[in-house]
Write a protein that binds this ligand. Structure first.
Ligand SMILES: [Mn+2]
Length: 333
């Protein structure tokens, strides 16, 4: 039995914790873990806790798996299993439960690690993979996995690897193993083909229309603001050609900053959005931030006008260029 399941076998009430706005990687991981734990440890009682809302991209997967999730933390929780979540700051209700009751927690994640959360975990399984589902599969591969659990892991892997664009050599291999064991690739693709929300389309178009463009040596940065779907807008801007895109949602308090960059930009500059931009900004503007080198976000107590110059300062610092060499492009002519 994997070390993880051996450890969990001494607990009865186990709560799997998803990050807010749980995506298919998080849901797929949670489902495979839940089914494996309940079949291996019959006395266990496993709840999947999904704080706030669930990402629209997960809806078809949830219907297929017929998962029931809880919006509340079961009060009898004896241990938390955090999946696809790097920091306790993302899940304040779980954090206070842990602080008040001393509940232990396990971390299973692939984001840029938050040191404090990692150090205090009973077990931390944190690896640089394209998806958490790959880690979950690696941990559970010797176990009997149901056909639905295999499908769930494949859906999460395809989603988070951005259809094998991220770390293709390992994500393709892991997907092949899942398919060999019975995961259904056509079904997985179909479960991810969501009809795009009309308001998401509008957010992308508005975000594009409001974009300010900056240039530094051969790199192009895009900065914009929208009231929702920041991640989707940021990705749309990198798809349009920006090397680095920042999207601010200042309709919330604190505001939310989301960044995305092209792999080529990251490989050539080494600018890590989580470490070099979001974490320093979170410190400066008393918020919290994290993510991956090319996809990260932060909640910050500031305004867009104060934030933009600081983002440009941090970029200049990291790229070792003069701040005044970053030039705004006039888009009106
Ligand atoms: Mn993930």
């Amino acid at each position: 039995m994997p070390e993880l399941l051996v450890y969990l076998s001494s607990f009865r009430h186990i709560t799997i914790v998803c990050h807010p706005n749980a995506d298919p990687d998080c849901i797929g991981s949670a489902y495979a873990l839940q089914t494996s734990i309940t079949s291996t440890i019959p006395s266990s009682n496993v709840t999947i806790y999904t704080p706030d809302s669930i990402n629209t991209a997960s809806h078809r997967l949830i219907n297929y798996l017929k998962i029931e999730t809880s919006q509340d933390i079961p009060s009898d929780t004896e241990i938390f299993l955090l999946v696809d979540t790097s920091s306790l700051d993302q899940i304040p209700d779980v954090k206070s439960h842990i602080l008040n009751k001393g509940t232990p927690y396990i971390l299973l994640d692939h984001h840029f690690p938050d040191q404090q959360t990692m150090n205090n975990a009973a077990i931390a399984i944190v690896r640089e993979t394209s998806s958490t589902c790959e880690i979950v599969y690696d941990v559970l591969k010797k176990q009997t996995l149901t056909p639905e659990a295999l499908d769930a892991l494949l859906v999460g892997l395809i989603y988070d690897s951005r259809r094998f664009l991220i770390r293709p050599s390992s994500s393709v291999k892991a997907a092949a193993k899942l398919i060999k064991r019975g995961a259904k690739a056509e079904l997985a693709i179909e479960l991810l083909s969501a009809d795009q929300d009309p308001s998401e389309k509008m957010a992308k178009l508005k975000g594009a229309a409001r974009t300010r463009i900056f240039r530094a040596s051969s790199w192009t940065f895009a900065v914009t603001h929208v009231g929702a779907f920041e991640a989707s807008v940021a990705r749309a801007l990198t798809d349009l050609g920006a090397d680095l895109a920042f999207v601010v949602n200042d309709s919330t308090e604190p505001l939310r900053l989301t960044g995305r960059s092209q792999d080529q930009f990251y490989n050539q500059t080494g600018l890590n959005l989580a470490r070099d931009i979001m974490q320093p900004l979170a410190e400066e503007f008393s918020g919290q931030g994290g993510g991956h080198p090319t996809a990260a976000s932060a909640n910050l107590k500031t305004s867009l006008s104060c934030l933009l110059p600081r983002i440009l300062d941090l970029i200049a610092e990291r790229l070792h260029i003069r701040r005044d060499s970053i030039i705004e492009i006039d888009t009106k002519k």
